[in-house]
Design a protein around this ligand. Structure first.
Ligand code: NAP
Length: 281
């Protein structure tokens, strides 16, 4: 049986489109409605099987939804959630897929009307690609999805959104927004900036092609700059702290080289090898 009657997805790009495709394949909603600013996106989403109905009319799309999922760039999520909440029926729910959580959750907990429950979400799956063309019904297979819980989160809403994601990903993890942002600053946002710095600092020519390891390490630098600019700024404090931790390690490595400390360098490489191997198990 479907978990929801009407689910509306606002923003039909890589994540929103993939969610629609996966939710429709698994019959998690009776009807999936998609909202986009461009009719071409809606046509494509319909052709790909990501939505049952597409519209550019935000009001019509959210009015009768049981669940509205905001899947737009992070800076648009809170304003759109506020707009949606003013139109939705009391008792309905809002969630999002934004890559940062504290700014969104803190704001919405202050501004949303009492009758509309909000649960922050972040499926940790994606790629450097963008738009409905890149949507993939299997994007969330084997992934982890984080849902946020605070003193103000409504338990019933959290459980229903958890059931939705539990049907799509390998594991749903619940944590507070700040913990999410700290973890993601270290594991996703910092690597992004490191990849960006590495690319900028490197000239591959006259090699005919870059080494495989270099391409692996810098793949994420191909991601859309506008999307990432806002992700980085919405997690600025945690990211600066993560950069400081990274900087300490980096300086230690450099000190090993400048002082010709072979044992020190060996120790650091061995520790890194052990820690990285542990991630595979
Ligand atoms: P994307 O591929 O660029 O898709 C965003 C979509 O939002 C666009 O297709 C755009 O379509 C639509 N949009 C933008 N503003 C809108 C508005 N005001 N109303 C309605 N639709 C609007 O981006 P994405 O990678 O799917 O990212 C979406 C969200 O998921 C972001 O918050 C991001 O942080 C999060 N996320 C991304 C990843 C990743 O790896 N990319 C992973 C996890 C979470 P139109 O131009 O047709 O309106």
């Amino acid at each position: 049986m479907a978990l929801f009657n009407r689910v509306t997805i606002v923003g039909l790009g890589l994540i929103g489109g993939s969610l629609g495709m996966a939710a429709r394949r698994k019959h998690l909603a009776r009807v999936v409605i998609g909202v986009s600013r461009r009719p071409a996106t809606l046509r494509r989403a319909k052709r790909l099987g990501a939505i049952d109905i597409g519209t550019t009319d935000f009001r019509r799309a959210v009015r009768d939804a049981d669940l509205v999922v905001l899947a737009t760039p992070v800076e648009d999520i809170a304003p759109l959630a506020e707009r949606a909440a003013a139109l939705m029926r009391p008792g309905s729910m809002l969630t999002d897929v934004g890559s940062t959580k504290a700014a969104i959750v803190n704001r919405l907990e202050r501004t949303l009307p009492r009758g509309i429950a909000f649960v922050g979400g972040h499926p940790i799956a994606g790629s450097e690609q963008q738009g409905i063309e890149a949507a993939d019904p299997h994007l969330f297979d084997g992934a982890v999805c984080v849902l946020t819980k605070t003193g103000r989160t409504k338990r019933a809403a959290l459980l229903r959104v958890r059931r939705l994601w539990a049907s799509l990903v390998d594991q749903v993890v619940i944590m507070n927004p700040r913990q999410h942002d700290r973890l993601l600053a270290r594991t996703s946002h910092l690597p992004h900036l490191v990849a960006c710095a590495l690319i900028q600092a490197t000239q591959v020519a006259p090699l005919p092609r870059a080494p495989r390891s270099f391409l692996d390490m810098t793949r994420i630098a191909k991601s859309p700059p506008e999307l990432w600019r806002e992700i980085v700024f919405s997690n600025r404090a945690e990211l600066l702290a993560a950069m400081q931790r990274f900087d300490r390690q980096w300086r230690t490595l450099r000190a090993c080289l400048t002082s010709q400390d072979r044992r020190g360098l060996q120790r650091m490489l061995a520790r890194a090898q052990m820690k990285r191997n542990a991630l595979d198990s």
